[in-house]
Every structure is written in structure tokens, then in C-alpha cells.
Design a protein around this ligand. Structure first.
Ligand code: SF4
Ligand code: SF4
Length: 580
């Protein structure tokens, strides 16, 4: 039976009113409903930025259909496939020749610019073949960027664990092809249904697990006794009723420590992901009339060609589309910010970065800043500068290949970054260096300042910071993070060398800087933030701050730092010290 038009239109309107910006039409087969073009158009007119269909795409293989869908505003298609073998797929769908048409339809959609994902129904029968299906899809479908696994409930599914091996192989293939992979939320078994190690290794499967309401339970789901003491219960969708009613296996206890830690890391990451896609950042100003200025940070991707151990970005997250980014630029331009920052991941990996810069300039934003590792800047600098780039904050974490490449875990990239910096300077782009202190570069802060002084003669600023545990996944940072009593003296040595050699520097009042007590309250290096900036969320004042005269104008330390190191490195300041 077809859904009445008014129900679809009302759902679009109410969903948009509640803040939804992505919509997916599903069925049955939505392309068999002739009104689909009308629904897609209505969704776009309503303001949805991603309009998707879940489809077997056979209809899209007919001449002209893919183009009509794209013209109506379709941005994404989730293609239903279950096997890499056409005959096997047809046997499951009972549609001879259907698989060939599905592949053709998906390719036709990709050709007209529709983003593609793969939607895979997992059963005991299909599971062994899904790794091969992912390989074929990555090879044949241009622009494929994600896979969703739906575990099909059936009366003979009495234990999810036998699916683990095949699912694990499929996740590994998806990871290798850099596809965002996760369970389809409605069809996701809870994490306790699998072994601990499986959940810890393939945590991205649960990336959508946290997106719903806290402690919400759908009518088709229920809890078990182990849920009473489970620390991920607040976000867990529970077990399918149907599964338990058929006698399916449930756990005697909640998920173990390893998977809980991984899931909580993912939770911290997801919350940050949603918040960080478009973020308004406040920075202190020198203007006595204006304590801080606000500017937007727009993330154009999550992928990166380096792997800094201290980085909180999760490369499995879904990147925004070009369209979403251009929409975000338009929405922030109306607030007339002095500048916008394009960041990632590594933004130069996005082929349309220069378009985004040009779009921001046309929208009236004069200051265009880029956060980059500059590995690709040598070839891209002319194009980016011509588009309107004014400033680049380039990550450079060492003064030699040995140190820098060890921190970024990306061999041979130090040399490329240095060449990239020089190309940016040649094009008239102002450059600052983001130098993050970790265990590996702590002893060479003076040498780094000397390297910058010798090479760029005061034309390049160093923005110093100390690696910090930003998300709840603190185990990710263990080998890089140093406590502030160790980082502080090293940072001070580097800052003093900057003064001696005439290298401009900054960063201490940024969110990755250090509190002023860590630099012995030396006002040459760090000063009060003012109450507005000091009240940033995610920071705490440990007990050492209780008697400090700077408490009101100081952020304190990150919550995760306090959890790991308490107030180590902090020392209440009881009397202002004169400048050094
Ligand atoms: S809340 Fe219950 S169903 Fe969910 S992971 Fe915990 S024990 Fe399992
Ligand atoms: S003791 Fe606390 S309040 Fe004082 S400067 Fe250090 S971190 Fe800030």
C-alpha cells in the first residue's frame, strides 16, 4: 500500500522542525513509487541537506532515471546487495537478472553525482560472502563511501556470535577501502551479543548506536537482566524482542572492560564529531574594546594522510559532502565573521577545497585560514592562494625527519611539509606552525625554535601546544601524552629560545595551551583569558586551583587530563609575579 502524500509531507515538515537535516526514503522499493521525485524535491525545498534513498537501484538503470533523481535533489543512494555473485544475489532476491541491473543502476547514480553507500542484509547464508561483496563494490562503484550492515532477525537466528568471523572480515575489507562501516541502527544487535574482542576491534560498527535519544528503547526492543549494571545502557538499543522470544542467547553479564572502554571512546568521539563539524571558536583579541572574536571552523573531511598519535579525529566518521560545506559557508557568512577556518582531517585531500575557499570569499568572508600538514601544499599552494587563502596553520611536530615522521607515523612527510610551507610562503600565504609537544619532541624545543629561526628568519610563527587527552578514549594517547610538570619546563625552554632568536610565537591561551601556573605565571608567555573564555566546557579546576588568584581567568585542565593525572603540574598562584 502506498503512503498517503500528506503523511510523507507532514513527516518531512515535522522531522525538519525537530532538527533533522538528513532524510532517507525507503520501502519496499521507493523507486517503484512514481511520486518519489516529488518527495525528493519537497525534502530539498524544506531544507534537508542530505536526501537519500535505500534502493535496489534496478529502476535507476533505465535511461534518464538517475539524472532525473539527481535533478530533483537526490544526494545519496544506499544500494541493497547481498552477494558479489550475480546469480547468488538473484537467487536471494528471486529476480533473475536483477543484480546486473542493480550494479548498472548504482553506477548510473554515481555518474550523475549521487553519493553511494552499500546496504547489506546479513544472514547466516549471506555472511560468508560479504567481504567479497565489499571488495567488488569498492572496485566498481565510483565514490562509494560507506557500508551499513543490517542483521536480519529470523526465528532460526539464536546466537549472533557465529556471524562474528564473517562480519569481522567484512569490517576489515571496509576499513582497507576507507569506507565508513557500521550497523544499521534498527538492525544492530547490542554489543554484549558479541565477544569483547570483536566489539573492541570493530567499534565503528556502533557509530550510529549513540545517535538516538539517551536511554531510549524502541517498541521492538527489550532489556535483559545484565542491563541493570551495564555502563553503556544509556545509549544501548537493547535486544530485539523477536530474537529473545525465539530463545536467542543473551549474556550473563554486560560487555567486558575492553569493549566498554572502546565504546565509550567512540561515544566521546561521536559527540565531538557532531559538535565539531561546524564549530564556533572564540579567540582572545588585543582589542581593549573586544575581549574575544568569534569565527567558524568548518571541517571538510575526516580523512588524513598522517596518523599523529595524539589526534582525536576518527578516520571512520562520515565526511560532509561538498554541498553541506557550501551550505555551512553560506549560513556562517551571514554573521560576518572576520575569518573562517577550513580544517579536517586533512583538508587538502578534498578535491573541492579551492571551490570552498572561493565560495567563502564570494560570500564576503575576507580571512580564509587553513589547518593542514602541508604534505600536498607544494602542488596545491598556487591554486589555493588564487582561490583566496590568506593563512595556513601547518602542523610540524619536529625539526628533523626522524622526530617529525615518528610523531605523525607517516614516513617521508616531514620533507614534504617543509617544501609545502615554502610553497605557501612563495604564494604570499601567511604561515604559522602548530607544534604539539609529546614525549617524542619534548627534549628538542630549543632546537625546533632554532630550526624555524634559521630557515624562515622570523617570517613564520610557532603556535605551541601540549598534547592532551581530548576524548574519553584516553588509552589512545597513552604513549604521547606527558604530564604538565614535565611538559611545562620543556615548553618554557622553547618559548625562551623564540624570544632570543626573534621567532614570533603564540598558542598559550588557546584550548591546547597550558594554564599560566605551568609556565610559572610568566606573563611574557601566558596571561589571563578573561571570564568568558575561561568558562569553556570540558575543562575542570582540580583541587590545586582552589586558592589560585587566576582561577576566574583560567580554564584549568581538560577533564580527561584531570582523570589521568589529577592536578599534577598545577601550582596555585597566590601573588602576581612581575613580568620576566
Ligand atoms: S545495556 Fe544490556 S543489551 Fe545493551 S550492551 Fe548492556 S547488557 Fe547488553
Ligand atoms: S592553579 Fe589552576 S587556576 Fe591557577 S593557573 Fe593553574 S590551572 Fe589555572
Amino acid at each position: 500500500m502506498l503512503a498517503p502524500a500528506s503523511v510523507v509531507l507532514d513527516s518531512l515538515e515535522s522531522g525538519f522542525g525537530e532538527g533533522a537535516r538528513f532524510v532517507r526514503f525507503t520501502g519496499g522499493e521507493p523507486l517503484l513509487d512514481r511520486r518519489i521525485l516529488k518527495w525528493i524535491r519537497a525534502a530539498r525545498e524544506q531544507g534537508f541537506t542530505e536526501v537519500a534513498i535505500e534502493t535496489n537501484a534496478t529502476v535507476a538503470s533505465l535511461t534518464g532515471i538517475a539524472q532525473r533523481l539527481a535533478d530533483a535533489g537526490l544526494t545519496r543512494a544506499w544500494g541493497n546487495l547481498m552477494s558479489a555473485e550475480d546469480d547468488a544475489n538473484d537467487a536471494i532476491t528471486r529476480d533473475p537478472g536483477g543484480a546486473v541491473r542493480t550494479w548498472e543502476g548504482l553506477k548510473a547514480l554515481a555518474e550523475v553525482g549521487v553519493s553511494l553507500g552499500l546496504s547489506v542484509a546479513v544472514t547466516a547464508e549471506t555472511a560468508p560472502g560479504i567481504a567479497a561483496l565489499i571488495d567488488r563494490a569498492a572496485r566498481e562503484l565510483p565514490g562509494l563511501d560507506g557500508v551499513r550492515f543490517g542483521i536480519v532477525q529470523s526465528p532460526d537466528l539464536l546466537d549472533y556470535r557465529p556471524l562474528q568471523d564473517a562480519l569481522g572480515r567484512a569490517c576489515s575489507r571496509a576499513r582497507k577501502h576507507r569506507l565508513d562501516f557500521r550497523f544499521e541502527p534498527a538492525w544492530a544487535p547490542p554489543p554484549c551479543a558479541f565477544e569483547d574482542r570483536f566489539v573492541a576491534v570493530h567499534t565503528p560498527l556502533y557509530a550510529s548506536f549513540y545517535i538516538g535519544e539517551e536511554d531510549a528503547l524502541a517498541a521492538t526492543r527489550t532489556r535483559v537482566e545484565a542491563c541493570e549494571t551495564c555502563s553503556v545502557r544509556g545509549r544501548c538499543p537493547g535486544f530485539h524482542r523477536e530474537y529473545l522470544e525465539s530463545g536467542g542467547r543473551s549474556p550473563e553479564c554486560p560487555p567486558g572492560e575492553t569493549s566498554r572502554a572502546a565504546l565509550k571512546g567512540q561515544l566521546g568521539g561521536i559527540a565531538r564529531h557532531r559538535m565539531a563539524q561546524l564549530q564556533t571558536v572564540q579567540t582572545p583579541t588585543d582589542d581593549p574594546e573586544k575581549e574575544f572574536s568569534e569565527h567558524p571552523n568548518i571541517r571538510v573531511n575526516w580523512a588524513c594522510n598522517q596518523r599523529c598519535r595524539f589526534c582525536w579525529v576518527d578516520f571512520d566518521w562520515t565526511p560532509p559532502t561538498r554541498e553541506i560545506v557550501l551550505d555551512q559557508i553560506d549560513s556562517v557568512a551571514s554573521g560576518r565573521p572576520p575569518w573562517v577556518v577550513f580544517t579536517g582531517g586533512e583538508p587538502t585531500l578534498v578535491p573541492w577545497l579551492a571551490d570552498a575557499i572561493r565560495h567563502a570569499r564570494k560570500a564576503g568572508i575576507q580571512g580564509i585560514r587553513l589547518q593542514t600538514n602541508a604534505v600536498h601544499a607544494e602542488e596545491q599552494a598556487p591554486k589555493l592562494a588564487a582561490a583566496g587563502l590568506n593563512h595556513a596553520l601547518v602542523s610540524l611536530h619536529g625539526h628533523t625527519s626522524d622526530i617529525s615522521d615518528a610523531i605523525t607515523q607517516a614516513p617521508d612527510t616531514f620533507v614534504k611539509s617543509v617544501r609545502g610551507i615554502e610553497a605557501l610562503l612563495r604564494e604570499g600565504v601567511e604561515v604559522s606552525l602548530s607544534h604539539v609537544l609529546t614525549r617524542q619532541n619534548l627534549e628538542s624545543t630549543r632546537e625546533f625554535a632554532d630550526f624555524v629561526a634559521d630557515r624562515w628568519k622570523g617570517a613564520v610563527e610557532i603556535v605551541w601546544s601540549v598534547a592532551a587527552p581530548i576524548t574519553e578514549a584516553t588509552q589512545r594517547y597513552e604513549d604521547g601524552i606527558v604530564a604538565l610538570d614535565v611538559a611545562g619546563p620543556a615548553l618554557k625552554r622553547g618559548l625562551e629560545r623564540c624570544l632570543e632568536r626573534g621567532v614570533p610565537f603564540g598558542g598559550q591561551n588557546d584550548t591546547c595551551g597550558v594554564p599560566r601556573c605551568v609556565l610559572e605565571d610568566d606573563v611574557r608567555f601566558v596571561s589571563d583569558l578573561g571570564p568568558e573564555l575561561a568558562r569553556e566546557s570540558g575543562f575542570v579546576h582540580p583541587p590545586a586551583c582552589d586558592d589560585c588568584i587566576h582561577r576566574e581567568g583560567c580554564r584549568g585542565v581538560r577533564e580527561a587530563y584531570a582523570e589521568v593525572h589529577g592536578d599534577r603540574g598545577l601550582q596555585a598562584i597566590r601573588r602576581s609575579t612581575p613580568s620576566g
